[in-house]
Design a protein around this ligand. Structure first.
Ligand SMILES: O=c1ccn([C@@H]2O[C@H](COP(=O)(O)OP(=O)(O)O[C@H]3O[C@H](CO)[C@@H](O)[C@H](O)[C@H]3O)[C@@H](O)[C@H]2O)c(=O)[nH]1
Ligand SMILES: [Mn+2]
Length: 541
């Protein structure tokens, strides 16, 4: 007998729906994960202060300090700015015979070179003057007579087609070699050319960490925050995204609810608080991130040395190599070291020193140092030690964020992922602290979803959120208010105003939906080995 009816499963669109649900689930898990890892740094925030007067009583033991300034393009980084940085570095309140300033010019520009020459002549007049009037009493230069000035070295390393020059990491590694031939100072300060020293005593303050009796020998680097003297105007950025999504089911509310709560919970990461909460928090787990500039390094740890329990600072290693050598001899010796083929088939850039192949070479380098057993400090003194120039337009700022988020995510996807590479080597709080930054690119996806889907529902006349009269309104309202108030209080505690806080909220929304998204895509493309555009470097102005 023939059946009178049949039942058939409607398979149409099921695969598509599974994919869709899968992505939502993945996004929820990712955000949950992100929220969890952003917690440890908030539970342990430390602040340091130093007693530099006590350090001065040990003046005889002060180490040599080599300051590295990097520049790459005379147009985008005008020589006046570069020389300003160099002069500020030369005027530290520190014995001039123990201070050397190196300028690496990747542009090999005559403008920069002659500007530096002029600056060095100028310094002969201005530095003794500064020393005399700024720091009477404590200044070592004054005691030893005003005639001595810090050593000043200009380096333009060799670049050749076909040889990877590895951007700033390559420049830093050349500087490490060249400076070891000249002064071999056991402390290295790394400055970008758009930052200048804002406190003549910063070296002494940093030395308070390195020379601390009990734990100083464990410290590899002391990172200062990047603080900018020019403000960023937060222009509005219109983003035309025409996405048409057919919505079939209004039972989707649960997803939206979870999304709503999670997005709001993790949404803490604001640039102002980064310095005072997240960076300080990772520092509390002995693993402050190296951020490429404003950072004092111990030469030995930067050069790849492993920390061993019995390690003690040996000031004898600072053999003054330049003693007895003429500057011509030093120049000849340095030329070999700054040669483009010097690093061929060596461990430079692969295992140690500045690591190559990452858009954010600094962060990955800091991580490898910490995984070799060293600790690092995040020091945010009341008076900013260094001041810098921030991007002044929205597009340049977004390009910078795109490069950072991509580079950071690239580290997460590489063998240097803190959970794997750092497992058992750095504290769990430090691993999660790193990942707050390394995973920032991934935030773009849930954010995009959040900003696109609810308006589409609205356009279709489907109500996503409960009515004000409904009891279900309470959790929504609670999460929204609690999150906003917490974020505002955190910002105000860090010295921000309501307006700054509001602008930052807006900027983070813009960054997550643009820069982070492109960073995410490019990092994935690179991971898959597909062809991609070149790194955006130096498009600051
Ligand atoms: O081939 C290059 C490219 C850049 N630089 C110098 O590196 C510094 C920073 O480079 P830039 O590309 O302008 O990066 P920013 O986004 O401004 O810098 C931040 O992000 C970088 C990557 O994480 C870090 O290296 C920096 O220290 C940090 O300030 C500048 O002084 C450049 O002159 C070089 O020396 N050689
Ligand atoms: Mn910079």
């Amino acid at each position: 007998m023939q059946p009178l009816f049949e039942t058939r499963e409607c398979r149409k669109g099921r695969v598509a729906y599974s994919l869709f649900a899968g992505t939502i689930m993945a996004a929820i898990c990712a955000m949950c994960f992100y929220w969890i890892i952003s917690q440890p740094v908030r539970f342990k925030v430390c602040r340091h202060s130093t007693f530099k007067e006590r350090l001065l009583t040990r003046e005889d033991k002060l180490p040599g300090v080599d300051i590295f300034v990097c520049t790459a393009d005379p147009v985008m980084e005008p020589p006046i700015m570069v020389t300003n940085t160099v002069l500020s570095a030369m005027s530290f309140n520190y014995p001039p015979d123990k201070l050397s300033v190196y300028l690496s010019d990747d542009g090999g520009s005559q403008f920069t070179f002659y500007a530096l020459l002029e600056a060095s002549n100028f310094s002969k007049h201005c530095l003794p003057f500064c020393n005399k009037f700024n720091c009477a009493g404590t200044n070592a230069a004054e005691k030893e007579g005003c005639d001595q000035l810090p050593t000043l070295v200009y380096m333009a390393r060799e670049k050749r087609p076909g040889w990877p020059h590895n951007f700033k990491a390559g420049a830093m590694n050349s500087l490490i070699r060249v400076s070891s031939e000249i002064d071999n100072g056991s402390i290295i300060l790394n400055l970008d050319c758009d930052m200048f020293a804002n406190n003549a005593d910063s070296i002494q303050e940093a030395l308070c960490f390195f020379m601390h009796e009990k734990s100083g020998h464990e410290i590899a680097f002391v990172q200062h925050p990047q603080i900018f003297y020019n403000t960023t105007p937060n222009d509005l950025y219109s983003n035309n995204m025409h996405v048409i999504v057919q919505v079939h089911s209004s039972k989707f509310n649960l997803f939206i609810f979870v999304f709503f709560i999670l997005r709001i919970c993790f949404d803490f990461c604001k640039i102002l608080m980064i310095n005072k909460v997240e960076f300080a928090g990772t520092g509390s787990y002995d693993a402050a991130m190296y951020c490429g500039t404003n950072c004092f390094h111990r030469r030995e740890s930067l050069s790849g040395r492993k920390y061993l329990k019995d390690y003690r600072w040996n000031s004898d290693i600072e053999a003054k190599k330049k003693a007895g050598k003429t500057s011509q001899e030093l120049e000849e010796a340095s030329k070999v070291l700054a040669n483009c083929s010097y690093e061929k088939d060596t461990q430079w850039g692969t295992q140690m020193r500045l690591i190559y192949g990452f858009a954010v070479e600094d962060v990955v380098t800091g991580l490898t140092i910490q995984c070799r057993g060293w600790k690092s400090v995040f020091y945010n003194p009341k008076r900013a030690a260094f001041l810098g120039m921030a991007p002044t337009t929205l597009d340049i700022s977004l390009i910078q964020f795109k490069r950072w988020s991509e580079g950071l995510f690239q580290i997460f996807l590489s063998k240097y992922c803190p959970f794997i590479y750092g497992h058992g080597k750095i504290k769990f709080g430090a691993q999660t602290g790193y990942c707050i930054f390394l995973l920032s690119a991934t935030l773009s996806l849930p954010t995009l979803f959040y900003v696109i889907v609810p308006p589409l529902y609205l356009l279709h006349g489907i109500s996503l959120f409960p009515k004000v009269s409904s009891i279900w309104f309470i959790p929504f309202a609670y999460v929204f208010i609690a999150r906003s108030v917490h974020s505002l209080i955190e910002a105000m505690n860090c010295g921000s105003t309501v307006k700054i806080w509001w602008n930052l909220e807006r900027m983070w929304m813009i960054r997550r939906t643009t820069a982070f998204l492109f960073g995410f895509i490019d990092a994935i493309i690179k991971q898959l080995g597909l062809p991609r555009r070149h790194l955006h470097r130096l498009q600051r102005w």
